[in-house]
Design a protein around this ligand. Structure first.
Ligand SMILES: Cc1cc2nc3c(=O)[nH]c(=O)nc-3n(C[C@H](O)[C@H](O)[C@H](O)COP(=O)(O)OP(=O)(O)OC[C@H]3O[C@@H](n4cnc5c(N)ncnc54)[C@H](O)[C@@H]3O)c2cc1C
Length: 381
């Protein structure tokens, strides 16, 4: 039976642990904290799930596969993780990123619908500012993952399949893992440490870690999700959803925030960020512009230079793999990426060169905003 140590029980590490344990591997899952904890990137209540990724078919297919796998995980665990509320893409100009996404989704057999702004306002939202919209692209099979619950469920399901969870701060030690005064060994070691990956492997991992704020506003019942879909404004670099599970209407800027330390960074909300989000709400969802702020979370993106994930062997230790670089859009892909990792580790398929630890040259636009992976975002319009 092959063995693996997976360090990091965020969505990436927990997905891999779950996958390998299900394939009969002997798996040890290590984390400093509980899966989906407050400072982990997987630690917020919700993450959007979409198949549209501009012209990129790899991520479109990965999201589709992940959707199937999330449904299987729900069935296995009896836990509701995915709310298929649909997603409205606010399209300001025809022929751009969303048109590419629409084309690729069509080629992949993923349903989409073009709505006139007026029809979208009538059908999808209690109120919608449409003055700047060319149309709304509706992706009915998109939606929202209950992220923290999903991360914990995956880690628990990995343990139910035989994985062992070990608490503690791990350190790399060649092919092994140091945990206090113990050294752990296995056939494979997978470091899936989110924003901490760069500090653990500073010579080989290039990540920029940034502060990203998510705000939740009190709203009347008409703003509940499902009912109200998730939404994305690619050109404006904003996204959000209706009130899911009574947590409030979520709205956030997708502009790349300031550099951030996940251990010591200040997670308070800056007044200017709240104003920026309210300005957007005033234009897009006018009745919510002055809604009471219910909650706020500061999280972090761990950005690769081209927005693609990292999934690759360490250059000096072939049995040590590094997995991360979620780049603000990784959550949904977790189980699909884990399926690929299993294939790569067993030699069933060669590692994907686009996820290698090389200098990333070509910027890809895979996140939810035109701002690009590390560029400054456009002023929210
Ligand atoms: C504001 C925001 C919005 C986002 N929106 C979306 C979205 O809508 N859709 C989407 O798909 N994705 C989204 N993402 C991205 C997604 O959340 C991340 O890509 C994903 O959660 C990354 O998971 P991870 O497992 O790599 O990292 P993490 O969740 O950070 O997990 C890493 C784990 O490693 C552990 N660890 C670190 N170092 C050590 C060590 N030395 N020893 C032991 N354990 C260690 C940590 O404690 C942590 O639990 C968003 C991200 C943010 C911040």
């Amino acid at each position: 039976m092959p063995s693996a140590i997976v360090v990091g029980a965020g969505v990436f590490g927990s997905s891999v642990a779950h996958r390998l344990a299900g394939a009969g591997w002997e798996v040890t899952l290590v984390d400093t904290d509980t899966p989906g904890h407050e400072r982990a990137t997987s630690g917020d209540e919700s993450r959007l799930m979409r198949s549209g990724h501009g012209a990129d078919a790899w991520h479109t297919r990965s999201a589709q596969r992940a959707r199937e796998l999330w449904r299987e995980i729900e069935a296995e665990t009896g836990t509701s993780l995915y709310v298929e509320a649909g997603m409205a893409w606010f399209v300001r100009e025809d022929g751009g990123w969303e048109a590419d996404a629409e084309r690729v989704m069509h080629e992949e057999g993923i349903p989409t619908e073009r709505l006139e702004p007026g029809a979208a306002a009538e059908r999808l939202f209690p109120a919608l500012g449409t003055a700047d919209l060319h149309h709304v692209l509706f992706e009915p099979e998109a939606g929202i993952l209950r992220a923290r619950r999903a991360t914990r469920t995956l880690a628990d399901a990995a343990c139910a399949r035989g994985a062992q969870f070990v608490g503690g701060r791990a350190e790399p030690d060649g092919d092994c893992v140091r945990l206090g005064n113990r050294t752990l060994e296995a056939d494979w070691v997978i470091w899936a440490c989110g924003p901490w990956l760069a500090t653990l492997f500073p010579d080989v991992v290039d990540l920029r870690v940034t502060k990203q704020d998510v705000l939740y506003f009190a709203a009347p019942k008409t703003w509940r999700t499902p009912g109200v879909p998730a939404w994305l404004d690619y050109d404006g670099a904003f996204y959000g959803q209706g009130d899911l599970d009574g947590r409030g209407v979520k709205a956030a800027s997708d502009a790349i925030g300031p550099d951030f330390d996940p251990d010591t960074g200040d997670r308070t909300l800056h007044w200017s960020m709240e104003q920026q989000v309210r300005r957007y709400l005033r234009r897009r969802f006018p009745p919510l512009a002055d809604a009471p702020l219910l909650a706020h979370r500061s999280c972090q993106y761990e950005l690769t230079a081209d927005n693609r994930f990292i999934a690759a062997p360490h250059p000096e230790h072939a049995r040590v793999w590094l997995l991360g670089g979620g780049s603000g859009h990784g959550f949904k892909h977790g189980p699909a990426l884990a399926e690929l990792v299993e294939r790569w580790l067993t030699g069933a398929a060669p590692p994907d060169p686009t996820l290698a630890l090389v200098q990333r040259a070509t910027p890809a636009s895979l996140s939810t905003s035109r701002a690009g992976p590390r560029a400054a975002a456009p002023e929210a319009r």
